[in-house]
Design a protein around this ligand. Structure first.
Ligand SMILES: Cc1ncc(COP(=O)(O)O)c(C=O)c1O
Length: 381
């Protein structure tokens, strides 16, 4: 009797290949970490200020406040702006929880706004409806647009809505650091912007981290104080209620090395994103990037009706996928009692049932990408 041939399992693909990046700059990162171990200034060491200066130049802003996470990069601005109970802040519902969480944490009310299907970003018409229909007892204060999956929101249109009602704009650029809108880079859009250096983000560290960007010198000073327990002239002079929101020196040292190759990685991300779009257009609904914008492709997210079947078929081929996000925030247990824009958020509800994110990182080679595309086409059928 001859043995039946055993089909070997397909080699698995990385969803985000941080190992490939480490093979490229691992020596430099290790040397940078060793320098911190040698000088021993683990909190607010010299690398923190160096990184902040480099980030300000990169984003084209006057001030950068590094901080402990992307969540703190939204909380500290809200605290600096004095947002609290009775205030309303408009946020998209199709986003990561932190966008609305920070509003609720300072005691204010998030008002959920729908998104556009093509860009996944805040729908300005839904925003306008929400602004025009303020629930009694709430004072509108600001807007937190999210640059979902790496593409900036439509800040030109959002700024017009904001200016008409004297609202501030705090950009949630957690997923979009390095992207552009016209000749501006993320960080320079909105009155303040916050980003995340979570390891899987386009610019990620090896732990938690974040940064806040602004041209406003007063807000910069207040956020620097808030980040260290509301300190005044020194550490033991507390002039306001703050938090421990510092980026640690080792993460700053890692980020300095990663920022040195970031332009090159952004270009690679854009090659991969464009190639996916060229190969998958017509098979599934591909993500749209506005003509005046670039994305850093934090995620490459397609839309298709039979998403779960396709995800299962890809998994069997060793290709991981992810669903960002399976449920919009206005339908989540913690957030469903907060108001939504008039007309509700039907686009976000539909997207939650259709989106599927494919492996995406700057080191995705064309052979692996072809394998993913072939598997998607076969599964879609
Ligand atoms: C849109 C958005 N906002 C905020 C955050 C919070 O960032 P962090 O995880 O660094 O706190 C994230 C992180 O996933 C995010 O994707």
């Amino acid at each position: 009797m001859t043995a039946s041939p055993v089909k070997s399992a397909p080699t698995s693909v990385e969803f985000i290949d941080l190992g490939a990046q480490q093979r490229r700059i691992g020596d430099k990162v290790e040397a940078a970490v060793k320098r911190v171990l040698a000088h021993g200034k683990y909190i607010m060491g010299p690398e923190v200020k160096t990184l902040e200066d480099q980030l300000s130049r990169f984003a084209g802003v006057k001030h950068t406040v590094s901080c402990a996470s992307g969540t703190d990069a939204l909380s500290l601005p809200l605290m600096a702006l004095g947002i609290g109970p009775g205030d309303a802040v408009f946020v998209p519902t199709f986003t990561f929880a932190a966008t609305a969480e920070v509003v609720a944490l300072v005691g204010a009310t998030p008002i959920f706004v729908d998104v556009e299907a093509g860009s996944f970003n805040m729908d300005v018409k839904s925003l306008q409806r929400a602004v025009d229909a303020m629930p009694a007892g709430l004072t509108p204060k600001g807007i937190i647009p999210v640059d979902l999956f790496g593409q900036p929101a439509d800040y030109d249109a959002i700024d017009k809505v904001a200016q008409a009602k004297n609202l501030w704009v705090l950009a949630d650029a957690a997923q979009s650091f390095g992207a552009t809108l016209g000749n501006r880079r993320t960080g320079s859009m909105g009155r303040i912007a916050g980003t995340s250096f979570f390891p899987a983000k386009p610019l990620g560290c090896y732990g938690d981290g974040g940064a806040i960007f602004t041209d406003d010198a007063d807000l910069n000073d207040i956020m620097k104080s808030l980040r260290v327990h509301g300190q005044g002239s020194d550490k033991y002079d507390n002039v306001r209620i703050g938090m421990n929101g510092r980026l640690d020196t080792i993460q700053a040292a890692v980020l300095i090395e990663k920022l040195a190759i970031f332009e090159d990685e952004i270009a690679a991300r854009q090659r991969v994103g464009k190639r996916y779009n060229d190969l998958l257009r017509g098979t599934v609904i591909v993500p749209e990037v506005a003509a005046n914008a670039t994305s850093v492709w934090a995620q490459y997210t397609i839309r298709l009706p039979n998403r779960d079947k396709v995800a299962a078929a890809l998994k069997a081929e060793g290709i991981p996928t992810a669903i960002y996000y399976p449920r919009p925030l206005h339908q989540q247990t913690a957030y469903r009692n907060f108001p939504s824009a008039p007309g509700g958020c039907p686009v976000s509800e539909k997207l939650a049932g259709e989106v599927l994110s494919l492996p995406m990182h700057p080191y995705l080679d064309t052979a692996t990408q072809d394998r993913i595309v072939t598997a998607v086409k076969a599964a879609v059928g």
